[in-house]
Design a protein around this ligand. Structure first.
Ligand code: PGA
Length: 253
């Protein structure tokens, strides 16, 4: 794994946006795997700016989002549909038909998971998967468990995740308890993966991820098996790493 330790959130966001830009310049019909949450917001701002400056053309880009809350319709301000349009899609020239996000209000949720999985397969493979990481090491909404379904599936969110995400809702009761998430198999099939983390609340999850020890109790540890992962973290997220752990990874700048 390549690890880039940067000064702060803004630098993480700028470096991440540069990597996305390079990817799209190299392959204009890039398939991007996209994440939501606080972490990629700064990167999306930079991507919008780059698009407005004429540096990135999204007209042939295809996107697949990692996840969506069950029970929130696309016009719900806390849904990931809403987030993506508000924070990226409304400001760039992506085609609506190239956007894929699981439907959290589908009548048949099991069928929706199968449909999403088929859509990913139809397109082939994700070229660049962007990931945040949960405080518990989840990626997408693949939560820690004894075993983890590898395809797109319905997941019951852990208390840790519900607690971490309650800041976006009026009260903890409003946080959906379930979500649809892309599985680890589509994430791991991506040609390249870029994981972003900022702040000391992510330090423990990052430390576990870089240990090189696989466990379903920390889903992000599966990334150790992927041949092309870049992890961009700020000083806070890197704060628990020891010299020994850093010696196991390829430090890059
Ligand atoms: P955050 O969430 O970016 O809001 O911290 C990350 C995640 O839960 O994967």
């Amino acid at each position: 794994m390549k690890v880039m330790i940067v000064r702060d959130y803004d630098e993480m966001s700028r470096r991440a946006a540069e990597i996305v830009k390079e990817q799209i310049l190299k392959k204009p019909d890039t398939v991007l795997g996209l994440a939501t949450g606080s972490t990629p917001l700064g990167m999306y701002k930079y991507l919008i700016e780059m698009h407005k400056n004429g540096e990135i053309d999204f007209s042939n880009v295809i996107t697949f989002n990692l996840d969506e809350y069950i029970g929130l319709s696309p016009d719900h301000p806390q849904s990931y549909h809403y987030y993506m349009y508000e924070n990226l899609f409304n400001h760039i020239n992506i085609k609506k038909e190239n956007i894929h996000i699981p439907n959290g209000v589908a009548e048949d949720l099991e069928e929706e998971c199968k449909r999403y999985e088929r859509e990913i397969r139809r397109i082939g493979r994700i070229d660049l998967q962007i990931l945040g990481i949960g405080v518990n090491g989840h990626i997408g909404f693949n939560e820690p468990d004894e075993s983890i379904e590898t395809k797109t599936h319905i997941v019951t969110l852990t208390e840790e995740t519900i607690n971490a995400n309650k800041r976006f809702f009026k009260s903890i009761e409003e946080v959906p308890r379930r979500a649809i998430t892309m599985g680890l198999s589509s994430i791991m099939k991506a040609r390249k993966i870029m994981l972003l983390a900022s702040g000391s609340n992510k330090a423990k999850a990052i430390k576990e991820t870089l240990k090189g020890r696989l466990t379903t109790k920390v889903p992000s540890t599966v990334l150790a098996l992927h041949p092309d992962v870049t992890i961009i973290i700020d000083k806070g997220a890197a704060s628990l790493l020891t010299d020994e752990e850093l010696a196991n990874v390829e430090l890059t700048d």
